[in-house]
Design a binder for this molecule. Structure first.
Ligand code: GUN
Ligand code: FE
Length: 472
């Protein structure tokens, strides 16, 4: 990391990023230069063999302080991971809650919420508890390389503010939602409609008053089951008034869908419930979307809403398997979510692997039980998994012009991956960056991340901050 007097941060080595789901660019011998003050990428130049000569030819570096990071073989830069759906109430690595980790996976969604989730979330009425857990959680997500995250907090205004403060201090890019629930929730964890709306307004203004472009408040009706029609409508109105994004759960589980349809008989389907209340637009993130009808997919596409695919959780709660290939074919915006604690893993690397398994599962089920003569199913491949974790996520959070890859002018949200024998994890593969990348994707972990940057600022990584990567 550059010291405060450094004006530019220069990287030279292998730079990997997505341009589209199928187009993964692997650039070797590439220079990326970041303006430390703005956090923006000011230059990307491919095929630079002589670094010193190249840098000395750059007028804008003259008389400027800059730090040079030369990446070795089996080290590379990747865009930061984007988690479009995370909740925090029960973390396996959070010691007092560890006992729930293995016991909470035995129930389907609605029973799981009543039995495990709501009691845990209710504990966040205590600010001290929120401060303690949130601080650990955000550290953990950053260390996993999640540079952008869309968070569900709880129904509590104070705890949601605390989460915002913690995220601000630690430097993550985030959407933060105070959760709304005014029906079908336990007595100890429910809001009155009016206070739910008022607290949401207060929370939006609290986040916006920080004037920190890394932080965005997001309207967060938990799901249609836990919100009355007047609350959903008021939240749709707030989203419009403040021009803020929206997140919720959609078509995760069959019983959930049936209950929702019984609660909202005037809407043609579950997706339409959100649409009918002004909550489905190009700033909406819908988590899960496992059991979608073609009509619902059409509506999602028409409204340009995004999907957060949470395969780890969908397996654990036996919710089902979302057919992301189909959604991509329909040109629906797709991304990945950990859905902690429905998902047991905090890392988007895990989400990529689970998405791979989920996609293979769709293909296997089709050929084993379905119509074998149908066109062979093409499961998601490694390029597409990287896309979902980066540029796909950027599109879903409406920040494609800011993050997701290393186009000049974007913010430098990046991971420096060290898969070399000098790093803490030996991946035993040295035949080229594409092989090393796949090895990292499927067998690496956060110990491979030597530096994690958000908007040019180093926020995590195992390597001590300065010096080691410097050119001689
Ligand atoms: N649907 C409503 N609330 C939740 C939740 O906390 N987790 C999951 N996975 N689905 C939900
Ligand atoms: Fe969820």
């Amino acid at each position: 990391m550059p010291s405060p007097s450094q004006e530019f941060n220069v990287f030279h080595g292998t730079v990997i990023h997505s341009l589209s789901p199928s187009d993964l660019e692997i650039n070797e011998n590439t220079v990326v230069i970041v303006n430390v003050a703005t956090g923006k990428i000011v230059l990307m130049e491919r095929k630079v063999d002589n670094l010193n000569e190249f840098l000395s030819g750059l007028g804008f570096l003259e008389n400027k302080q800059y730090n040079v990071n030369v990446l070795k073989k089996d080290q590379f830069i990747l865009p930061g991971f984007i988690d479009t759906h995370a909740l925090i109430y029960r973390l396996p690595q959070h010691a007092p809650q560890f006992s729930y980790a293995a016991t909470g996976m035995d129930l389907p969604l609605l029973d799981w919420l009543d039995t495990y989730t709501f009691p845990k979330e209710a504990e966040y009425a205590e600010s001290e508890h929120a401060q303690n857990v949130y601080s650990k959680v955000v550290d953990r997500f950053l260390s996993c390389g999640t540079t952008t995250c869309s968070w569900f907090a709880t129904i509590h205004l104070e705890a949601s503010k605390i989460l915002t403060d913690v995220i601000e201090e630690k430097g993550q890019r985030a959407y933060i939602g105070k959760v709304n629930m005014d029906q079908n929730s336990p007595d100890y964890y429910i809001e009155k409609t009016e206070s739910s709306v008022q607290d949401t307004r207060t929370f939006i203004e609290y986040v916006q008053a920080k004037n920190n472009d890394l932080l965005t408040p997001i309207i967060t009706p938990r799901f249609a089951i836990s919100c009355t029609s007047p609350l959903l409508q008021a939240l749709g109105d707030l989203a419009k008034e403040y021009q803020v994004p929206i997140q919720s759960h959609l078509c995760e589980n069959v019983a959930e869908i049936e209950f929702t349809q019984s609660l909202f008989p005037n809407s043609v389907n579950y997706t339409a419930v959100y649409d009918d209340h002004g909550l489905l637009n190009d700033k909406t993130i819908m988590a899960h979307c496992v059991h979608m009808t073609e009509d619902e997919l059409k509506l999602i596409k028409e409204r340009e809403a995004g999907v957060s695919h949470c395969p780890n959780s969908n397996f654990n709660l036996q919710s089902g398997v979302a057919d992301i290939r189909h959604y991509l074919d329909l040109d629906i915006k797709c991304s990945l979510g950990t859905d902690v604690a429905g998902g047991f893993a905090t890392s988007i690397l895990d989400a990529m692997r689970s998405a791979f398994t989920a996609s293979n599962t769709v293909g296997i089920l089709r050929s084993q039980y379905g119509n074998c003569s149908a066109k062979p199913y093409k499961a998601l491949d490694a390029k597409e998994l990287i896309y979902l974790a980066t540029l796909g996520g950027a599109k879903v959070v409406g920040m494609e012009d800011k993050i997701g890859n290393f186009k000049v002018g974007k913010d430098f949200d990046a991971l420096v991956v060290d898969a070399s024998d000098d790093g803490p994890v030996r991946l035993f593969r040295h035949d080229g960056p594409w092989e090393t990348l796949q090895k990292f994707l499927f067998t690496g972990d956060e110990r491979c991340l030597s530096h994690v940057y958000v908007k040019g600022r180093r926020v995590a990584g195992w390597k001590q901050s300065d010096g080691a990567d410097r050119a001689e």
